[in-house]
Design a binder for this molecule. Structure first.
Ligand SMILES: [Zn+2]
Ligand SMILES: [Zn+2]
Length: 302
């Protein structure tokens, strides 16, 4: 499904959702795409060999899985993540998969990947390519495509190098994985940080965009400020739920995950893994605040 944002900007909405994403096609003096999480509907008429620039909002596979299709394009991503998207091993580590054995004993990641739909299609060239030049993006950088201009907003929290993109002429924000879906926000990897996520949401609220779309919602939102405020509050609400639960029921990380305080349902192993990773982020903050203590692997709310 396509939606015109302006004469030269087309939004391609994914119909399959995660593990694919929405992407933007810029048909200007410089032809560019933002994100390549292109689903089975394919390129929808965009000839990949004519695209000169691919801009990834961050390193997650659902946003860059189609990079290999754009063989003539320069790739750009925030300077903290240029090396990660060249190397599958670095990407796995960055995604906290080194914690899988401890947090998900007895389960293997290959079957979990299949269950989630993260496996890459053999028909699509691998996005991980150590030979490919990847250019760094910086906060405040203006990407000039001719008529269309976009400002890079470094908005960490989801990942260290996560960026949103602001199109001032069009009064339009592409908010990437400040996703506004029911399941978000997500801050489960080593360099994720819920406090940074809250600051990043505040930053895009301050922009007061009239129109906004993320990588994973199915419509352009007009006047998104109330949605953004509610999205940010979920982080504080999760933390209070976790604290109250640990006061009532001291638990280890596995029992705490079973209480489903972050995700209401656990349809896949990855969701359980993410629940645990994000619980640990909150527990770290609660320990710093002196509200949770750990003894023999059990967390106590005090
Ligand atoms: Zn992501
Ligand atoms: Zn995503």
């Amino acid at each position: 499904m396509r939606e015109k944002i302006s004469d030269k900007i087309t939004l391609m909405l994914t119909e399959q959702g995660f593990t694919y994403c929405n992407w933007l096609f810029i048909d200007d003096d410089v032809r560019a795409v933002f994100e390549t999480g292109i689903d089975e509907n394919g390129l929808q008429g965009v000839a990949p060999e004519t695209v000169e620039l691919v801009i990834n909002s961050h390193h997650h596979v659902d946003h860059m899985r189609g990079n290999g299709l754009f063989s003539n394009a320069q790739i750009m991503i925030h300077e903290l993540e240029t090396e990660i998207i060249k190397d599958e091993q670095k990407s796995r580590l960055c995604n906290s998969l080194d914690q899988w054995i401890e947090l998900m004993p007895g389960l293997d990641t290959a079957s979990a990947n299949r269950e989630l739909g993260l496996e890459l299609s053999p028909a699509c060239p691998s996005p991980f390519n150590s030979e490919r030049t990847v250019l760094p993006l910086k906060d405040g950088q203006i990407l000039d495509f001719g008529t269309v201009k976009a400002e890079v907003l470094h908005t960490p929290g989801h990942s260290a190098g996560h960026c949103c993109f602001w199109f001032p002429e069009e009064d339009f924000l592409f908010s990437s994985d400040i996703c506004l879906t029911k399941a978000g926000p997500w801050y489960g990897e080593h360099l994720s940080d819920p406090a940074e996520m809250m600051r990043s949401i505040d930053r895009i609220i301050d922009l007061k965009p009239s129109r906004m779309v993320s990588s994973h919602i199915h419509e352009v939102i007009e006047d998104p400020i109330p949605c953004l405020l509610e999205f940010k509050q979920r982080i504080e609400k999760r933390e209070e739920r976790i604290y109250r639960y640990l006061v009532q029921s001291p638990s280890d990380i596995h029992a705490l995950a079973e209480a489903k305080l972050i995700y209401r349902a656990h349809p896949t192993s990855f969701v359980v893994f993410w629940e645990k990773l994000m619980l640990l982020k909150h527990i770290e903050r609660l320990e710093e605040q002196g509200r949770v203590k750990r003894s023999d692997g059990i967390y106590y709310g005090i």
